[in-house]
Write a protein that binds this ligand. Structure first.
Ligand code: GSH
Length: 203
């Protein structure tokens, strides 16, 4: 049994919980972080006091994308984790790229989701929305000639940006048309794990 620590509405926790469904690994998710706080015993597992952390078969691991790579290599080899290094790398790069995207989206997300209307910084939201649109245009181009970021088939490389795509479409920001991203997002929404764990309210 896989144990996942983290509140359900965290982008980084969503990645892991959704992917656990994709690989078919039974799991339990325990609330921690945000309003649930961080306990001393959690800090012993994860000195960053950030979520998520997992325990799987005696392995304690943090850093969401490292967790995804571990789960994919262990439980999705040959499918969600292509055996060919070049094929794998094509999807894998989008996992690192996602951290830059998260930086671009942060101000829009924090202001619109975490702050009260009176506290919102409209200029910061507009700058952040523009930065996300520029990055989404790159993603849109990448999806023009292949159905998935991972290539011909869905794979672990689709997971981090898949989670952020949901918040991009859910945020009340200006969004230029991105037909290939919209098509990819529609196909993600058909995946039961995505519908159950990613398509939840942002708050
Ligand atoms: N690079 C880390 C970042 C982890 C992170 O920043 N997690 C956020 C939630 S998405 C967090 O722990 N925030 C504090 C909290 O929720 O208590 C990862 O990918 O796991």
């Amino acid at each position: 049994m896989l144990t996942i620590w983290g509140r359900p509405n965290s982008h980084n926790v969503k990645k892991v919980v959704w992917f656990a469904e994709e690989i078919g690994r039974p799991f339990v998710r325990l609330n921690i972080g945000g309003a649930f706080g961080i306990t001393d015993s959690y800090r012993e597992m994860n000195p960053n006091a950030l979520i998520p952390t997992i325990e799987d078969d005696g392995l304690v691991l943090w850093e969401s994308n490292a967790i995804l790579r571990y789960l994919a290599a262990r439980y999705g080899e040959g499918t969600l984790w292509p055996a060919d290094p070049a094929a794998r790398a094509r999807g894998d790069k989008w996992m690192d790229w996602q951290f830059g995207y998260a930086d671009a989206q942060r101000d829009a997300f924090l202001n619109l989701v975490r702050h009260s209307p009176e506290e919102r910084d409209a200029a910061a939201i507009a700058r952040s929305a523009e930065a996300t649109a520029k990055m989404m245009a790159i993603l849109n181009q990448a999806l023009a000639d292949r159905p998935w970021l991972s290539g011909d088939n869905f794979g672990v490389g689709d997971v981090p940006m898949g989670v952020y795509a949901h918040s991009w479409f859910a945020l009340d920001i200006e969004r230029p048309a991105m037909p290939h991203v919209e098509d990819w997002y529609a196909r993600l929404r058909e995946r039961p794990g995505y519908a159950a764990h990613v398509m939840i309210p942002l708050t």
